[in-house]
Design a protein around this ligand. Structure first.
Ligand SMILES: [Zn+2]
Length: 253
């Protein structure tokens, strides 16, 4: 494979519903092609395990192509723009000279939780900051950390960012709205997730501006799963339901 000249970027907006994404004015995210996709997991852990081997949310008409896959010997059906060696795309890009850097905000990635080992495996630099723990934390601190980490590398990197603001409780200190699944109030959840998404849109514009000072960017911004807000009696995720499995998929570069 020729030398990779662009950052490979994967952003997950945790729990973001497709219908909220579709109905929201997003100057940054909607400057790229996007589509409704089908998540491979109904909650954070399986969905990210899948994404880390390059199996991203599936767009049924194939219009978004495949960005990455782990190379499997003699298997022809896993074609992708970048087929990389190793057990995850983190390990693969590391072998190809792109340091894997990660930052996350949901508790599945908290470094002091033993079950996170499968998700943190392979990162050469990792920063956890959750708005649920630190009101001034989450996206702003994660974006600042990532820009600094990439600028220190001064070369194309594999960049992974998981944002928690779109996860219940849908909250950011920047917009002040707050709602959570246990409130059983679908309208409040929708308004608060929408406000969080607008905030994330601004933060991602800042992230990409910083990354592009080092190298061009390409990759995917998506959700790992959605949430049910009372549809068919269900609330939250970890449920095989279309509101959980329908997610936005944004193709960058
Ligand atoms: Zn999640």
């Amino acid at each position: 494979m020729n030398r990779i000249e662009a950052h490979q970027v994967l952003v997950t907006l945790d729990s973001l519903r497709w219908d909220v994404f579709e109905a929201t004015d997003l100057p940054f995210l909607k400057s790229f092609p996007y589509a409704k996709a089908h998540a491979h997991g109904s909650y954070t852990l399986p969905s990210h395990i899948s994404m880390f081997i390059g199996k991203l949310p599936w767009v049924p008409d194939g219009s978004m192509g495949q960005q990455w896959r782990v190379k499997v010997n003699n298997v022809k059906h896993n074609e992708a723009k970048y087929r990389v060696p190793g057990r995850t795309i983190k390990h693969g890009f590391s072998r190809l000279g792109l340091p894997p850097l990660g930052s996350a905000g949901v508790m599945w990635f908290a470094p002091d939780v033993p079950t996170t080992a499968a998700l943190l495996d392979g990162f050469e630099g990792f920063f956890f900051s959750s708005p649920f723990i630190d009101l001034q934390g989450g996206a702003p601190k994660q974006v600042d950390w990532m820009i600094r980490a990439v600028q220190e590398q001064a070369r194309p990197c594999f960049v992974f960012l998981n944002l928690a603001e779109t996860h219940s409780p849908y909250f950011s200190a920047a917009h002040g709205l707050r709602a959570e699944i246990t409130d059983r109030d679908a309208d409040a959840c929708r308004q608060a997730q929408k406000a969080s998404l607008c905030f994330c849109d601004q933060q991602l514009a800042k992230l990409f501006e910083g990354l592009r000072q080092v190298a061009p960017c390409e990759g995917v911004i998506c959700a790992d799963h959605g949430d049910c807000w009372g549809e068919d009696g269900y609330w939250g995720h970890g449920i095989v339901h279309e509101k959980v499995l329908d997610v936005p998929y944004v193709k960058v570069g």
